[in-house]
Design a binder for this molecule. Sequence first.
Ligand code: GLN
Length: 269
Amino acid sequence: MNVITLLDGDLMTKRVVIITVLVLIVIIGIAIYAWSLYPQQVGKRVLRVGTSPDFPPFEYIDEKTGEVIGIDIDLIKALAKKLGCEVQIVQMDFDGLIPALLNKQIDVIASGMTITEERAQKVAFTIPYWRADQAILVRKDSPFAPRDLDDLVGKTVAVQSGTTAQFLLEDYINKTGNKINIKAYPSYVLAVQDLENGNVDAVLVDSPVASMFEKARNVKITGIVVTNENYGLAVRKEDRELLDKLNNALKEFLNSTEWQAILQKYLGG
Ligand code: GLN
């Protein structure tokens, strides 16, 4: 009797030990498997970046490759790398960027977007990474030389739809009661093309971009309107973690030689 009970007890203990060991092996196995997946999943997280590539040197199409390139593109790629994310560039018209962000079609806007109070009610901006004013462009051979908004009264001025250039003109018209005919285009490339073709009298566009068009196209800058605009990247307001990470990465990056190299590459000099 005693012997049998002992044997039974032994068997039970053995079973318990074996089952415990098996369970442990399974748990450890699952843990190791999950751990091995983890870094890859983080690395593979895709940041969908919305941009309107008609805004050189910040974002434009490389004529040779058809790829979207520019300061904003290199900047967001560098920041994403720090965050362990991959970048997917999503092209759209400038005035579609904030709706696309709010609809979750994209995660970040990198498109030379000025930080404004109105926009900041809908989206969250990072710290600024660039400062700009507005510039007036006319055809190179034109005798018309507008230096400020007053000089544009009675004229047709082209802008990209939904930009601070458009808002500046609208505010001026509202405040002064003066008439300027605003023609809004889906892209600045089309606006400048129409200026070259003689269909509008001037283009109002951010100063660094005006300088690029002046170099590449049949247009010249005749005046600067000091607006002191700051560019920021934008994310959804609820994406606080992403905003914090981008801000930390951006703070560090703006002091780096890598940032200087990007500026050198697209602006020269
Ligand atoms: N900085 C201007 C704005 O935010 C223009 C931007 C753009 O056309 N890409 O409205």
